[in-house]
Design a protein around this ligand. Structure first.
Ligand SMILES: Cc1ncc(COP(=O)(O)O)c(C=O)c1O
Length: 412
């Protein structure tokens, strides 16, 4: 668990955040294995329906040690690039447990994925034609764009008027082409976006997929994608996981009663499983006053920023920032800002925070998903190290901090 102890110190799996920062340096991503397991079991336990497969969406956090945790829990893998497929294989995911859902997919992408033995989730009619000319007959899943979607930000909506999936208007032609060319459509898939807090939307998508599956005998599974929302702010709406599992299970049972077919149900969460299991530890480097009329505001500068956590700059996303150790200090109003040369490099805008001092450690909360995996070398700053706190409290370095040499190797 990630929590505060009785002395007000932030602890991850029983280990003090300050000690981790001292031992491994900052900036540092820290993950808690137990939280990931609890989230996985919470989701799994919400379903009464079988067969069920939870595919972990690697894009949320693709560190191989994190992949291995979900593999050992029995998850499959949702991969959106050939390299995620290859890393999934290295993490011991069996090929049949990996679904590749690409966008703007090249023939080379498909060759790598097919060679690795993973199933291809077709995103366009063009991709299907190219699949046919590359491989001849085969089995595919089809990603459908059901015409609607949702997410925390427009960039995170993938249904409706977006580049994703096969439109329903095209489906008849796509199915006819598959039939004529010996391609079995074994899966129907939809991913509507990221950050959906209403389970009813998933039930609607599942009903839409099942209505189509009813007319395609070859379909073996339906996949409602990921996008299960979490609360970044305490009072944000969050997905009612129990109702999510219960309603999806009931929908599958009803289909079974109606058709006599027991299809496999799939979900593909990323954020739900890892976001709350991770924090980014940073050190305060510089504090300055930001004049704003009579009321004082400050810039709290830290040794990290948008290259390590792009979500605030890219989507205006909120992440709570807390001192690793509570000191009895008055609260101030501050902008927590990074060390990148961009005005948009703001980690937290106008927040109330105890008056921390230079050299002290802050934790940026809920950064286990789409933190490291979206990081870059912008401003030629190395990416942070990653530490995993195992159950039992052993802190393992699962990725070294990048060095100057690491960053420049490919240009010399
Ligand atoms: C195809 C697909 N499946 C699953 C996910 C996981 O989404 P989330 O992390 O919001 O659960 C994504 C993320 O965008 C995705 O593109």
């Amino acid at each position: 668990m990630i929590t505060k102890n009785e002395r007000g110190e932030l602890v991850i799996g029983g280990v003090s955040a300050e000690e981790l920062a001292e031992e491994f340096g900052t900036p540092l991503y820290v993950y808690d294995e137990e939280t990931m397991e609890l989230k996985f079991h919470e989701l799994w336990g919400s379903f009464s329906y079988v067969p069920l497969k939870i595919l972990y969406a690697a894009k949320a956090n693709s560190n191989i040690h994190i992949l291995k945790i979900f593999r050992s829990l029995g998850a499959g893998l949702d991969a959106v690039s050939p390299h995620e497929v290859l890393l999934g294989r290295m993490a011991s995911f069996p090929p049949e447990s990996i679904l590749f859902t690409g966008s703007s997919v090249s023939n080379e992408d498909m060759r790598i994925v097919a060679e690795a033995g993973a199933m291809i989730n077709i995103d366009s009619f063009s991709q299907l034609r190219r699949f046919s000319s590359l491989f001849g007959r085969g089995k595919v899943s089809i990603r459908l764009n059901l015409g609607y979607g949702e997410g925390y930000h427009s960039y995170l909506v993938t249904g409706g008027r977006t580049k994703f999936g096969v439109r329903l208007e095209e489906l008849k032609d796509v199915l006819e082409f598959s039939r004529e060319n010996g391609i079995d459509v074994v899966g129907l898939h939809s991913h509507m976006g990221s950050g959906i807090s209403d389970h009813v939307l998933f039930v609607k998508a599942l009903n839409d997929l099942l209505a189509i599956a009813e007319h395609i005998d070859s379909v073996e599974f339906v996949d409602v994608g990921g996008g299960l929302g979490i609360s970044y702010r305490k009072d944000d709406p969050s997905l009612d996981v129990k109702s999510f599992g219960k309603e999806l299970s009931l929908t599958m049972e009803r289909f079974m009663e109606k058709t006599g077919r027991r299809l496999e149900l799939r979900v593909e969460p990323g954020r739900f499983l890892t976001a709350e299991a991770g924090i980014l530890l940073v050190r305060v480097t510089d504090i300055k006053e930001a004049s704003r009329g009579s009321e004082k505001e400050y810039f709290i500068g830290v040794d990290s920023g948008m290259g390590h956590l792009i979500r605030p700059a890219l989507y205006g996303a909120y992440h709570e920032v807390v001192p690793a150790k509570i000191h009895d200090r008055e609260e101030i109003t501050a902008h927590v800002v990074g060390n990148y040369c961009e005005s948009g490099d703001i980690i937290a805008k106008r927040v109330r925070i105890p008056a921390v001092k230079e050299g002290e450690i802050l934790a940026i909360m809920n950064t286990g998903a789409y933190g490291y995996s979206m990081s870059s070398n912008y401003n030629l700053r190395p990416r942070p190290a990653e530490v995993l706190v195992r159950k039992g409290g052993r802190a393992e370095l699962i990725r070294k901090r990048e060095s100057f040499e690491d960053m420049i190797r490919t240009m010399l």
